[in-house]
Design a protein around this ligand. Sequence first.
Ligand code: I6G
Length: 717
Amino acid sequence: MADLAELAVSKMAPEQAAAEWQRLAEAVTRANRSYHTEDAPEITDADYDALKRRLAEIEARFPALAAGSPTQEVGAPLAEGFAKVRHEIRMLSLENAFSEDEVTDFDTRIRRYLNLAPDAPLPFTAEPKIDGLSLSLRYEGGKLVQAATRGDGEMGENVTANAATIADIPQTLTGAPEILEVRGEVYMSHADFAALNARQLEAGAKPFANPRNAAAGSLRQLDAAITAARPLRFFAYSWGALSEPLAATQLGAIRRLTELGFSTNPLTVLCDGPAALIAQYRSIEAERATLGYDIDGVVYKVDNLALQARLSFRSTTPRWAIAHKFAAELAWTRLEAIDIQVGRTGALSPVARLTPVTVGGVVVSNATLHNEDYIAGRDSAGQPIREGRDIRIGDWVQIYRAGDVIPKIADIDLSRRPEDAQPYSFPTICPECGSEALRDEGDSVRRCSGGMACPAQAVEKLKHFVSRAAFDIEGLGAKQIEAFFHDTLLPIRAPADIFTLAERDAASPLQKLKNREGWGERSATNLFRAIDEKRQIPLNRLIFALGIRHVGETGASLLAAHYGTWAAFEAAMTAADPAAGEGAKPKGNPEWQDLIAIDGVGPVLAASVVTSFHQPAERAAIDALAAHLDVQPVIRRVATGSPVAGKIVVFTGTLERMTRAEAKARAEALGAKVAGSVSAKTDILVAGPGAGSKASKAADLGVEVINEDAWLALIGG
Ligand code: I6G
């Protein structure tokens, strides 16, 4: 086999090519899984690229092998062969509900947002959620001009030629709006999937793992003739850009799409509330096995499109829709060991190591155990869970997977517990650095007190620093960080070290990066270039990248939007003092007051940021890093023509014509900043009935105070 791995593709006989293809395909599939599903890459990006290149070379010479190749699967990076296209309107995903309570909450939340009484009519549509691949079809003047996969929601792959071969997708429409983007799911029926896999096996090609992979692999073929030969189908369920509305309701719009010639799911119905939605869910679940195609839940949407428009979107999901997923897949296996992982904030996370077991088509060998209370059979309030049964090494445990979440333990079989099984004793010493592991009052998590001196925390912080939503440095992922962290000649132990890497490499006469295993002239130069490109970084990304506890992407964006520049942010965090003016009311100095007044920034997040900036070692690391960066200030999106753009607005009291959340979302959409409390910087206080101290404080400070009607008149109703 070693010889085959060395053999040039041009010299391979067909059976040698098949054997080498199998080896490479398995390695790529494993790497895809570890990178995309387990978020724990096992090989370097360079090794991964080399495997894929060789696989593609074999497939180019022996095309029969290309069918079912992991190079064609979704979840891998966008295939090079497809042009990328920007969606005019982003393709979002759906929030998930896993229980009936969450469906009731969905209805309650919407009513609260819209200020609807509990008994006001609020119909929803319910439709099966097809387990396939989302696709957006653009029609101009009734002609199909573009088909794009969801991709990352902003940019998808242009698969127009392939989509045009799908019988359910009309090429031309009569009587359609001038611009019409139809969104839906490409899928494969069970019967077509079985027949395709039989053909794959006959041709000596690898069968597809499931209908979803088969649909995705078939649509994302570089050769449209292959897609044409695959039995793909399409259900339309939504729309993007439109030159005119399709209807006044969701169901009306779906009917209009049906009239235009699209396949829409026949099980789409109207329900008058959560009880009817749940009844429909149960009915669809009962039919699931006989539908003839895979579904993984039921999608509920507010039927009235005017209400959908008012509800609008969160960052990645609409407020007016939810996917009620079917119950997780379950399997029993044995708990072999409990490992403790130390995260970037020092949290000690117990992980169950399991005898591998297949759950819903995926081999599971790890499951989360959350924290020490969970293992002991208690929830965070000290109440018994699993009827108080604890989890012990050697136990038989029931594993479940729901959606893409990390596998969890659903139950324990006490009748199979080994006689010598002992209660698990949770470590009070960090297994990575030996520092004391402490639990703050009210915190269910035990944390290592070693800070950046704990290698596990330091390396996890660095991994977070280079992660996609932070610095996202090409060629410097978790795997490379791990290697550089332990490197003695060219180490990266703190974020600033990343930006001195090229300089240190140039200064070192021996052991250049380009000469290391896994690196070459090109990859080393590319890495240094990729690092240089990130010296310019938007403020929100930098704040997120610092890895401060409680500061996620949203918190970082709120802080960045408020302070605008690194200099202002850094100065404010340095000055903020929550304890200033002991006994004074309100507590803390003006900088602290200003920080906690940011809407969405609570005292916990605020205290965490301020503590980081005041902790000497952490502060030194932040300053060393900032010295290498050109931090881009936040460019405020000022809505043109808006009378409230750039103004700081506070809402108080009861709002009668809209909810607080809606008021905030609308004000922000018009370029205003919404604060949680009144200060000298406040421009407008919108005061409803029952406004208390905020109204009197605003009056003292000379802030303009208006009522809800005046506010609506100001922003145009
Ligand atoms: O109706 C839908 C079905 C499936 C959807 C949907 C979906 O995603 C797989 N996604 C969105 C964003 C919407 N409707 C609006």
